[in-house]
Design a protein around this ligand. Structure first.
Ligand SMILES: [Zn+2]
Length: 391
């Protein structure tokens, strides 16, 4: 009887036979973990002495998930962890649509991904680079390598000398900073003046300020100039928002000089929290903060296949290349052949510029990449396939 798992193994093996650039930097110093179609990491504490050995492993075992440590070790295969002797670690960020509470997820569920999910995760990566990593942490765009996660988001890797020795505490501080954890708004808005008189002035951050102060001022001005609707999204009543919007030129002039007197805001706490939330970078509490702050974490190796989609965790490059990157086109691995599938239930799938479905309890003949995607997402079974020979 035909077993779809054997087809997946064959496709994975073929991919690794031909694929280039599937080895991470400093391969010999990393711990590897491999997964199958049941478990993302079925075995770890594996090391390789050469790229040749690593590639042989990939071709022979055709793993559905290939992960490696962001940490570098003297003895990557040693166990327990303490015996590995870390020598440093990349700084990594994980941006995933699942963590962003997008409206579209209410429609298609957390497991699925749509073009809106992809647009929003891309914007989040751009924000992380442009508003935090470059201005606040002083990295150059060239130091930040971006790759598609293979499913619903992106990973950012920084491997510069200055991050290698950061300990877990420092890494946690980085992720808390970008999430805006523990910001005290009172501190940003001191009341200056003489106690007991009415000559109090609300001073606050200027758009030219560094760090969070500048971001808050800029975000507020952006919201102010976008219109009443945006101000209301931040928790203002229609009346408050309209009043503020009417005198926006005056308000803006004040804020550019750090004078917030013109911007009278009633529910301050709620308002500022929402302004801040719009700026902060959401990494998931469960997994992704650990990605940044726990250097023993294993992460998908760039350019390997993601076993939940059959897509490549494709290297994108730097921020400038991200704009044009379309994961559902450029990360396709299995371009040859087609398969007959029985789909139980699937929303519309757009892949390789074509749209398939939505399906509900029906059979279809699909290009291999689309059939594999639906199968690995658990919404279809594969009944049979055909791969035309290359020549
Ligand atoms: Zn979506």
């Amino acid at each position: 009887m035909f077993n779809p798992r054997q087809l997946i193994l064959r496709l994975l093996g073929d991919y690794y036979k031909g694929a280039e650039d599937v080895a991470p930097t400093r391969l010999e110093q990393r711990e590897f973990g491999f997964g199958n179609l049941d478990m993302k990491v079925a075995g770890r504490h594996i090391g390789f002495e050469s790229e040749k050995k690593y590639r042989e492993y990939l071709v022979t075992n055709a793993p559905a998930f290939v992960s490696c440590s962001q940490a570098f070790y003297r003895y990557p295969a040693a166990r327990p962890m303490e015996k590995k002797e870390p020598t440093g670690a990349e700084l990594v960020f994980d941006i995933d649509a699942t963590d962003m509470n997008l409206d579209c997820q209410q429609v298609h569920g957390k497991k699925w991904v749509c073009s809106n999910c992809f647009d929003k995760t891309k914007q989040e990566v751009q924000k992380l680079v442009e508003d935090f990593l470059v201005p606040d942490f002083g990295f150059s765009e060239k130091e930040i390598e971006i790759n598609f996660s293979g499913n619903r988001g992106y990973h950012l890797h920084i491997e510069s000398e200055k991050v290698l020795q950061l300990d877990n505490f420092a890494r946690r501080q980085v992720s808390e900073y970008i999430a805006g954890t523990g910001i005290d708004f009172e501190e940003f808005f001191p009341m200056v003046g003489v106690e007991g008189t009415r000559l109090k002035k609300l001073m606050g951050p200027k758009p030219t300020d560094k760090g969070w102060q500048g971001k808050i001022a800029n975000n507020f001005l952006r919201a102010l100039n976008t219109g009443v609707g945006t101000l209301m999204e931040f928790g203002m009543t229609k009346q408050e928002a309209s009043q503020l919007f009417k005198k926006r030129a005056l308000v803006e002039m004040g804020i550019r000089n750090g004078n917030w007197d013109m911007a009278y805001i009633k529910k301050k706490d709620e308002f500022w929290r929402k302004v801040m939330k719009a700026q902060s970078i959401m990494q998931s509490d469960k997994i992704d903060k650990n990605v940044t702050s726990d250097m023993t974490h294993l992460l998908r190796v760039p350019n390997t296949i993601h076993g939940e989609t059959g897509l490549i965790a494709k290297k994108v490059g730097h921020k400038s290349a991200l704009e044009k990157f379309n994961p559902m086109k450029e990360a396709i691995a299995f371009k040859k052949g087609e398969a007959k599938v029985s789909v139980t239930n699937s929303p519309e799938l757009t892949i390789n510029g074509k749209t398939f479905g939505p399906y509900s309890a029906e059979d279809a003949v699909l290009p291999m990449y689309a059939a594999v995607y639906l199968y690995l997402k658990g919404v279809a079974t594969i009944k049979g396939y055909r791969i035309r020979s290359e020549k």
